[in-house]
Every structure is written in structure tokens, then in C-alpha cells.
Ligand binder design. Structure first.
Ligand SMILES: [Zn+2]
Ligand SMILES: [Zn+2]
Length: 333
């Protein structure tokens, strides 16, 4: 099989490797589509700790082509969306934190490759009719569905989502699926606001034209939003989110603020308003249910472009420059 090996910085080599054979409890997945993640961008920029050489790529789907000992042969031919790692369900982290933090996790091998070795448990069968390439979207989506799962949803709730990139979009969809009545999407890029509508946003705000504070006031009779979600990763926008919620409001942080940044907000006000701040990192326990959640959505156009394996760095670079919603690599395409 062909693989793209990350050699540090922006450097990748395309190499030929033997096709993998599945060990006990594993399946071999012929990779169809791999999403480029912000983490991949940060790794090539030296902003996320990773050691070369290695095969990157962790948002992917494909077809099961071989099964190891203990795995039903009938899985061969299944279209699957793959989780990064397995979970034991027994360890401290599985019980007290979440499955994506499992201490005994077995990882799927990097997906910028013709095939990936995946723990049987981590290869989730996709619902019938779901286009195979959308299997690459479950991993990013599950981070949003997991985070939104932490929220308490009141009757007639109004939620603001700051940012409508891929994570903002899935956050909007997750809020609607949990019964939030009104979702306000705040996003400066017009094309992304169109996607926000496609994903279920009720009110669209262009923050370069209209003050989001005014929009929220109008939608809530001046009380403020029940929920505000920051999905960009900028501390000043986290501050903005706190400002937008009503007393006892909930603020969810799905965006990844840089390490070392602090909260630019009046802590007296946070205290006085009894705001609940919630962090949200990773897939939690949500991967399996998220495959079914996103199969219900209109995902048309979300994968903006697909690159062949030889152009994996172009995909990562273009993604880092904010082109499109989700860029993907098709290792066998
Ligand atoms: Zn990712
Ligand atoms: Zn565990």
C-alpha cells in the first residue's frame, strides 16, 4: 500500500509498505476519505507535540476488507466510520472521565495510507444510505455532540454559537437535535452562514455588520441567551460568550484556545451572574451515537475538496489557511 509519512515540519514522503494483516480483535479498513484536522495543521507547524516519522490522519471512514481472530467474517464489506482508539469501559478514566481518555486504549493506525488497522470496536458500521466519504466526519462531529451533551436544555432555550466552521456547524446541529428552540449563529464569513442555515440555525448574525449582543437581546426579551458556545478558540470570544448569557446561563468551550491563554473577563460579573463554564474536549462517549446523528443531516458540500495522497501537505496547508469547510484526502482515489 501507499502511505504518506510525516517527516517533521512540512515534509512528507510517499512510501510503499506491505498491506497490513489484522491481529486478534482487529479489522483492516481500506481507507476511503480522511478529513484534515486542525491538529494535523498544528503538528506540521510545530504547535502540537508529535514525533516524526509517523503516519498521521485520524478522521476517516472506509470499507472493512479483512478481519482478525475473534472478529466476525461477516464484517467484510461493511462501510465503517472509524474512531481513533478503543476503550475498555473498566479503567478509572473510562468510569470517571470518558471513553476517549481510556488508559488501555488501542489506537487505529494512521489513515493517510491505503489501509488502516482498526480495533474491531472502533470501526462503527455506517447507517445504510450514508455516503461513504461522510464517514470522515464522525470524529470531528462527535466532539461537538459530546460537548453539547453536557448542557442542560431548558424549555424554549435560546443558544448562541460563535463560529460556523465545521465544529460550529456540528454544534448547531447537536443543539437542535437536543431540542434547543432558537439557535443564533454568529459568523463573519457569508458562505459559512449559509451552511449554518443548512445545519439548522434559526438566526444568522454577521458580527462585522450587526452587534451580536443586540441580536441576542432581541431574541430573548433582553434577558440574554440560556447557552453560548465558543467554537473558534479565541479567549476574547470566550469572554464575549460569557457576556451573552443570562444569569445562571451556560457557556461551553468547544474551540481550542492556545495553551497559556487566560480569561479576559470580569470575574466579579461571572461570579455575580452565577455563570456555568463548561470545557469540552474530544469524543467523550459520543462516537457511536454520532454516526447515526450525522446520517440525518444534510451534509452536502461540507467536504469542500479532496486531495490525492501525494498532495497531503497541500491539503494540510490549505486547511491551515482556512480554505473550505472540511478538506479531505482520498488515499486510494
Ligand atoms: Zn480531528
Ligand atoms: Zn478504559
Amino acid at each position: 500500500m501507499k502511505v504518506a509519512v510525516w517527516q517533521g515540519g512540512p515534509k512528507f514522503t510517499i512510501e510503499q509498505r506491505p498491506d497490513p494483516t489484522p491481529g486478534p480483535g482487529q479489522v483492516v479498513v481500506k481507507v476511503d476519505t480522511v478529513g484534515v484536522c486542525g491538529t494535523d495543521v498544528h503538528i506540521t507547524q510545530g504547535l502540537f507535540p508529535a514525533k516524526p516519522p509517523q503516519i498521521l490522519g485520524h478522521e476517516f471512514g472506509g470499507t472493512v476488507v479483512a478481519t482478525g481472530q475473534g472478529v466476525a467474517k461477516s464484517r467484510i464489506g461493511e462501510h465503517v466510520s472509524c474512531d481513533i482508539s478503543s476503550h475498555c469501559g473498566q479503567c478509572h478514566n473510562c468510569r470517571e472521565w470518558n471513553w476517549s481518555r481510556c488508559e488501555k486504549a488501542e489506537r487505529s493506525t494512521g489513515a493517510f495510507a491505503g489501509f488502516s488497522l482498526v480495533p474491531d470496536q472502533s470501526a462503527h458500521k455506517m447507517p445504510d444510505g450514508m455516503p461513504l466519504e461522510m464517514g470522515a466526519l464522525t470524529e470531528p462531529a462527535s466532539c461537538c455532540y459530546s460537548g453539547v451533551g453536557f448542557l442542560e436544555i431548558q424549555k424554549d432555550a435560546v443558544a448562541v454559537v460563535i463560529g460556523a466552521g465545521i465544529m460550529g456547524l456540528f454544534t448547531i446541529a447537536a443543539l437542535k437535535s437536543r431540542g434547543v428552540k432558537t439557535v443564533i449563529s454568529s459568523e463573519p464569513v457569508a458562505a459559512r452562514r449559509d451552511f449554518a442555515r443548512q445545519f439548522g440555525a434559526d438566526i444568522l448574525n454577521d458580527p462585522t455588520k450587526d452587534d451580536i449582543g443586540e441580536v441576542v437581546k432581541q431574541a430573548t426579551g433582553g434577558h440574554g441567551a440560556h447557552i453560548a458556545v465558543e467554537v473558534v478558540g479565541k479567549p476574547q470570544l470566550v469572554g464575549k460568550a460569557i457576556e451573552l448569557v443570562r444569569p445562571r446561563g451556560q457557556v461551553l468551550l468547544i474551540g481550542v484556545s492556545n495553551k497559556g491563554t487566560t480569561l479576559p473577563y470580569d470575574l466579579y460579573d461571572l461570579h455575580y451572574k452565577e455563570v456555568r463554564l463548561l470545557g469540552a474536549f474530544g469524543r467523550g462517549n459520543a462516537f457511536a451515537s454520532t454516526v447515526h446523528e450525522i446520517a440525518k443531516l444534510d451534509l452536502k458540500g461540507v467536504i469542500s475538496a479532496s486531495y490525492p495522497l501525494d498532495r497531503v501537505y497541500d491539503a494540510i496547508k490549505d486547511s491551515g489557511e482556512g480554505r473550505g469547510i472540511k478538506l479531505a484526502v482520498k488515499p486510494n482515489g
